[in-house]
Design a binder for this molecule. Structure first.
Ligand code: GUN
Length: 301
């Protein structure tokens, strides 16, 4: 694991920097080999269909990165770009077409969708066997019950980072800051499971939590997914905690996380940078799910 150079002579860096970019690259390489083995044995070449509605520049970058990662792993990807004026009916029609297209194994509808589209209705329309985001209630239910079909990409990526940095999760107090459907809730569900990189005592804290700093300071593992730049300050972190920063916020033309990184680096035992921490892992886990989707539809799993 990389150790960053000291930022100044006075402030020794103590935290291990968790290099998500390198860890994700290794996983993607392993996946590429698995894809070739699978195809050589007669399996379908995994095919992801990505749907991008509107022209949010950040979403366009994310989707392009996902497509490129698919191709580098030997998977097929098709991007469906729709204008911001697309109606809910039109989007539903596309999702239904992709559901019944046997050449498509995974469907990803990039979020956020334009305001006039009811997001939940669209996500619920994705057939569960192609739901590589693990957003469908059937897949969320299976995951919460500990018998997952797919694992949610960002929380699974965080779990892999905890494994990679050697964090002791078993019996630890993990505080998940944020209660979103994409990160906070499924993250807590994964960490509380029986199993590897799990068995944690989990607290979900959020914007309405009283005495928030008091709670985050109890965290052996702190997962920040609240979507507010530099929200987690030094006084909110227990010395020696492992800090996973899921935030990607634009602040004065810079990307920053939810954690005040320069301050946290002297307190945490390990921390993810932004960018280069959780982000690349989300994509690697999406690819894992896409291979799994191909296997499911080939009736191999
Ligand atoms: N927008 C931000 N994160 C995600 C994600 O994990 N999946 C999708 N589909 N959209 C997102």
């Amino acid at each position: 694991m990389t150790r960053f150079p000291l930022p100044s002579k006075d402030t020794p860096v103590t935290a291990q920097i968790i290099d998500g970019k390198a860890i994700a690259a290794r996983i993607r390489q392993e996946l590429a080999a698995q894809v070739e083995t699978y195809v050589a044995s007669g399996g379908s070449r995994p095919h992801l269909a990505a749907v991008l509605v509107g022209d949010d520049p950040a979403s366009a970058v994310y989707v392009r990165n996902k497509e490129r990662a698919c191709q580098q792993a030997g998977m097929l990807s098709t991007l469906h770009r729709l204008p911001a004026s697309t109606t809910q009916e039109e989007l539903l029609t596309l999702v239904q077409q992709l559901n019944s297209d046997a050449s498509v194994h995974g469907i990803l509808v990039q979020l956020p969708l334009p305001k006039h589209i009811h997001e939940t209705s669209i996500l619920d329309a994705v057939t569960p066997l192609k739901d590589v985001d693990c957003f469908h209630p059937e897949n969320v239910g299976l995951m919460v019950q500990g018998r997952p079909r797919f694992l949610p990409c960002t929380p699974h990526g965080c779990q892999e980072l905890l494994a990679a940095c050697g964090a002791k999760v078993d019996g630890a107090h993990a505080v998940v800051l944020g209660r979103s459907e994409i990160v906070g809730k499924p993250m807590a569900a994964l960490l509380v499971q029986k199993g590897d990189v799990a068995n944690a005592t989990v607290t979900i804290a959020h914007s309405r939590t009283r005495n928030l700093a008091e709670i985050t300071r109890q965290a052996d593992i702190l997962i920040a997914a609240i979507g507010k730049p530099n929200f987690v300050t030094a006084d909110m972190i227990k010395p020696g905690a492992v800090v996973i920063d899921v935030g990607i916020n634009r602040l004065n033309d810079q990307l920053v996380g939810d954690v005040d990184y320069p301050a946290a680096i002297d307190i945490a035992s390990a921390i993810t940078p932004v960018p280069g921490g959780v982000g690349p892992m989300t994509i690697a886990m999406l690819l894992k799910n896409t291979l799994r989707a191909a296997r499911l539809q080939d009736n191999v799993d």
